[in-house]
Design a protein. Structure first.
Length: 319
């Protein structure tokens, strides 16, 4: 919980509380427009609730691809969700009408009232009291620093998952790290490839990404080529009545090696697995384009996206 007055009031909850209380709130204010905040905004909007999202940064999903954030914002607004970016929450107070959030947006004081307030501004490692007297793991803001083998500064003590300093707070990351850490302890070669970590957002439509975005690659000085396929031309998307969506692929401009992918479409969280393999194994656009994918499937969008990067149009007849 951030240090905002009023967050200890009844009705102010984290995602744990919102899921566990077994209640539906017709009006919901969400503090934080990251992954958790936007997932609940999508869910509650679909249930007919009046939803307001207050995000401190200049856009929702600030750690993800900008185009994905822009498209999700447009879809959410179309569904009636109020998105307030650049919003600094000052206080939450109880009134006769409900829980009122006072916030500042573009130097203007605003308020919004709801039946519940969801705080989704992130989580911190739960390490307080973890170690006994005399054991110092060199905590950095409550997180545990580790080396590439996940060993701490105390020989023989390993740490994985959400408590690791600089780590990614995802269940599948913790699981993979655990396998590598235990393999190291057992004297075996760590089997899990941690150079490509997929991230998923369970909004409607789904969002997924792996590897580098074009912006990140350019910041790193890597020559890139981006290609994109709009999923409204995908046969399975048409059958499913899916909303707008796309698949973007980022490749090395000289070698064609796949550096990353960003997806916003039906089954994006399933499709990203193929791109995870490509990034982890250093596959090229040509190698991905050579694979036969069944028709009609959402996976055909992968073929279209990589072929776009190659300047090909093999599957045009499928449209």
């Amino acid at each position: 919980m951030p240090p905002i007055p009023g967050l200890d009031l009844p009705g102010v909850v984290t995602s744990d509380g919102l899921l566990g209380e077994g209640m539906y709130h017709p009006r919901l204010t969400i503090i934080g427009g990251g992954v958790i905040g936007m997932e609940f905004a999508s869910l509650y909007s679909a249930l007919g609730a009046q939803v307001t999202v207050l995000e401190a940064m200049d856009r929702v999903l600030p750690t993800m691809d900008k185009e994905i954030a822009q498209n999700l914002s447009m879809l959410m607004k179309r569904r009636g969700v109020k998105l307030c970016t650049g919003a600094r929450v000052e206080q939450v107070m109880r009134t006769g009408e409900g829980l009122r959030c006072a916030y500042t947006s573009k130097e203007k004081a605003e308020t919004v009232t709801a039946d519940a307030v969801l705080v989704s501004t992130g989580r911190k490692p739960n390490t307080e009291g973890l170690c006994g007297p005399g054991v110092d793991l060199g905590l950095a803001r409550g997180a545990i620093p580790v080396n590439e083998r996940f060993e701490t500064c105390v020989k023989g003590i390993y740490a994985i998952g959400d408590v690791v300093a600089g780590g990614i707070q995802l269940a599948h990351v913790a699981s993979a790290q655990a396998i590598n850490a235990v393999s190291t302890i057992a004297g075996k070669e760590p089997p899990m490839k941690l150079n490509a970590i997929p991230a998923c957002v369970y909004t409607e439509p789904e969002i997924a990404s792996v590897g580098l975005t074009e912006a990140q690659a350019k910041e790193a000085g890597i020559p890139t080529k981006g290609s994109k396929y709009l999923m409204n031309g995908n046969g399975r998307s048409i059958i499913a009545g899916a909303e707008r969506g796309f698949i973007k692929v980022v490749s090395h401009a000289e070698t064609g090696t796949v550096l990353g992918a960003q997806l916003m479409c039906e089954r994006a969280t399933d499709l990203v697995g193929e791109f995870t393999l490509a990034v982890a194994e250093g596959k090229t656009l040509e190698e991905l384009a050579a694979l036969v994918r069944p028709h009609p499937t959402f996976a055909e969008g992968i073929s279209e996206a990589v072929e776009s990067g190659l300047g090909l149009a093999i599957h045009q007849l499928n449209r």
